[in-house]
Design a protein around this ligand. Structure first.
Ligand code: CP
Length: 312
């Protein structure tokens, strides 16, 4: 019996709060295993997983691939540029082709929000969303939650600022509702043009000035401006954006709580939303997030593909 009830993980809301905490607990075990000299487990031997990444990725794709290898699954990486899609085959026909090969799981990334739902409607395989357009990125949320929980020992009661281009952010689209559901307070901090249309639907409060709310935050989650999803900048200049919303030494040392942490989903744009000095500070946990990403994805696949007992 899979220990995640939903067949697919497309939205973070596909998981109950108890399932989220179970993922974090299993991920802690996988994180320990990832410190061992021999990191491979037989858990998903005989399972087939396709990584269908139709948008660029460094962290998500490579951590899923590592997680699959460490769980002994057979995995295949698919990129549009080296496939029959360049000969005109539709992505739906591609998906149905993979389904005919009897794969167990597809991890998909696509620039269109809702692409994973289309796959789920046309495939027998379980679908895991590796980031779809400006919609959601649920495994990023799970690794963010893992990093927060590992640091504070709790999520409930924390105030989490999500700073930057919220409008185009699938990270914000899945993190905010999860935080709200778990009893934390997410605040979207951005100029009006980068705020979502209906922030309250995502369970978030709104602020327009970083310096006003920074002293209240336990977690500062920085987002980059996602130029690939927009026509031009929504602010007068990157310099002005950086001056008003960028995390720098002054803000970190004078306005931020002493015990607050800084997160970033990556990739970072140094000198825009974050300076090199902040990246080098021990309160910046971006590499802890990357480390957690492998363990969290191992936990998700283990729990979705039948793992029910304790991880050894
Ligand atoms: N955070 C994240 O999704 O990074 P990649 O685009 O490198 O996968």
């Amino acid at each position: 019996m899979p220990s995640i009830k939903s067949k697919h993980l497309i939205r973070i809301q596909d998981l109950t709060n108890d399932e989220i905490y179970a993922v974090l607990e299993n991920a802690a075990t996988f994180k320990e295993i990832n410190e061992r000299p021999i990191k491979k487990l037989p858990t998903l031997r005989g399972r087939t997983i396709i990584n269908l990444f139709l948008e660029p990725s460094t962290r998500t794709r490579s951590s899923f691939e590592l997680a699959e290898k460490r769980l002994s699954a057979d995995s295949l990486n698919f990129s549009a540029s080296s496939s029959a899609t360049v000969k005109g085959e539709s992505l739906l026909d591609t998906a149905e082709t993979f389904d005919a090969m009897k794969v167990d799981m597809v991890v998909a990334r696509h620039k269109y929000g809702g692409y994973c739902n289309i796959l789920a409607d046309h495939m027998d395989a379980k679908i895991v969303n590796g980031g779809d357009g400006i919609h959601q990125h649920p495994t990023q949320t799970l690794l963010d939650l893992f990093t927060i929980y590992e640091h504070f020992g709790r999520i409930e009661g924390l105030t989490v600022g999500i700073v930057g281009d919220i409008y185009h952010s699938r990270v914000a689209g899945s993190l905010a509702p999860a935080l709200a559901s778990l009893g934390a307070t997410p605040i979207f901090i951005a100029p009006p043009a980068y705020q979502p249309d209906v922030p309250e639907e995502l369970g978030a409060q709104v602020a327009y000035t970083l310096d006003e709310v920074l002293p209240e935050l336990d977690v500062v989650n920085l987002l980059r401006i996602q130029g690939e999803r927009a026509q031009g900048l929504y602010v007068p200049s990157l310099r002005e954006y950086s001056a008003l919303y960028g995390m720098n030494s002054h803000r970190m040392n004078n306005l931020m709580k002493k015990d607050a942490i800084i997160l970033h989903p990556g990739p970072m744009n140094r000198g825009v939303e974050v300076t090199a000095e902040v990246i080098a500070d021990p309160r910046m946990l971006v590499l802890d997030q990357v480390n957690a990403g492998v363990a969290v994805r191992m936990a998700v696949m283990y729990m979705m593909l039948g793992g029910d007992g304790d991880v050894e």
